[in-house]
Design a protein around this ligand. Structure first.
Ligand SMILES: Nc1nc2c(c(=O)[nH]1)N[C@H]1C(S)=C(S)[C@@H](COP(=O)(O)O)O[C@H]1N2
Ligand SMILES: [Mo]
Length: 314
């Protein structure tokens, strides 16, 4: 995601250049931090070890394209609560505490309540789903997410027939999210889905990546993954889910309504006002490749938008 006034005539080449430098810096920092930790605080090393999932089932929805490297998925991120640079989320999130954590689920439903992260991890089947993540900035990655089908979470709260949309909200905490001390975007970060999009079997509430619980930079302890939409729909570190009859106004619609619409379906045929959407650069590859309609999930989701003008509803 780019802010309106940033210099972005060619976001792709800009990003590729910055990538190799940050990856080198990353290995250096990792080595140094691990050494210091081991010598001074032997216990803190094991405390920081991410938890591995047991009994993961593999999803039939997974793509068989090669998965991006761990350092790419966790070191090249958009998470403005930690800063706007691609390495800021990794660099500024090491001490982020994602426990305890609970999500308020309310609005137009018969059983409003709380979703506790420990319950989500222990009482719901965790699946590994390898999905493409396609950022509106024209880069993409293939990510082995772990998570729970969103519909199986939402139905426990019994949304009623008035619920037409679901709104998601990220935590506000200026201490834990240093970026929130600056008016980068209007806080809290918010997103929304139509009810049928939220209940679609492809929509995942991610709890992990690479078989381990999510690191903070990828949205710990839970973040949305909507594989046929641009990455910005996949809101991180969620604290509230609200059923509503009004179309939610997402953060990016507030920030730049002419650039970022509510639907945000990956659409190579509709240009972003400042660049073409027709191609993408898979992080780690040199040549650009064509972007697929609905990010390659047209067979599964195109019917949700039958009869809609996708140029107007971008
Ligand atoms: N709360 C919050 N969620 C967010 C963002 C953000 O800045 N804040 N950035 C979005 C954007 S633009 C993208 S491309 C994806 C990136 O997810 P990743 O860093 O796990 O690849 O997160 C999305 N979710
Ligand atoms: Mo993005």
């Amino acid at each position: 995601m780019l802010i309106r006034n940033s210099i972005a005539s060619d976001p792709k080449s800009f990003e590729i250049t910055s990538k190799s430098t940050y990856l080198n810096r990353r290995s250096f920092l990792q080595g140094g931090a691990a050494l210091a930790g081991a010598a001074l605080f032997p216990w803190s090393v094991s405390a920081a070890m991410p938890k591995k999932f047991k009994n993961l089932i593999k999803s039939p929805f997974s793509t068989d394209e090669p998965v991006n490297k761990y350092d790419e998925v966790t070191g090249y991120n958009n998470f403005y609560e930690f800063g706007t640079g691609k390495t800021d989320p990794m660099d500024n999130s090491a001490t982020f505490e994602s426990r305890p954590w609970s999500v308020t689920v309310d609005g137009l439903c018969d059983k409003p309540g709380q979703l506790d992260i420990e319950d989500l991890l222990s009482k719901f089947q965790q699946e590994e789903r390898i999905y493409r993540l396609r950022c509106v900035e024209a880069w993409s990655m293939v990510v082995p997410w772990v998570g729970v089908q969103l519909s199986s979470i939402l139905e426990k709260f019994e949304p009623n027939s008035k619920a037409k949309y679901v709104e998601f909200t990220t935590l506000v905490d200026k201490k834990r999210f240093p970026g929130q001390n600056y008016p980068i975007v209007p806080w809290p970060y918010t997103e929304g889905l139509r009810m049928d999009e939220a209940m679609h079997p492809l929509t995942l509430m991610a709890t992990g990546v690479f078989g381990e619980e999510l690191p903070p930079q990828n949205g710990a302890p839970l973040r949305l993954v909507v594989p046929w939409k641009y990455g910005f729909k996949s809101i991180k570190s969620i604290v509230r889910i609200r059923f509503t009859d009004q179309q939610p106004t997402s953060t990016w619609m507030q920030q730049a309504p002419n650039e970022y619409g509510f639907y945000a379906n990956v659409n190579p045929a509709v240009d972003h006002p400042r660049w073409s959407q027709a191609k993408e650069r898979r992080i780690g590859q040199f040549f650009r490749q064509p972007t697929l309609p609905f990010n390659g999930y047209a067979d599964e989701v195109a019917s949700l938008y039958k009869g809609m003008d996708l140029k107007a509803n971008f």
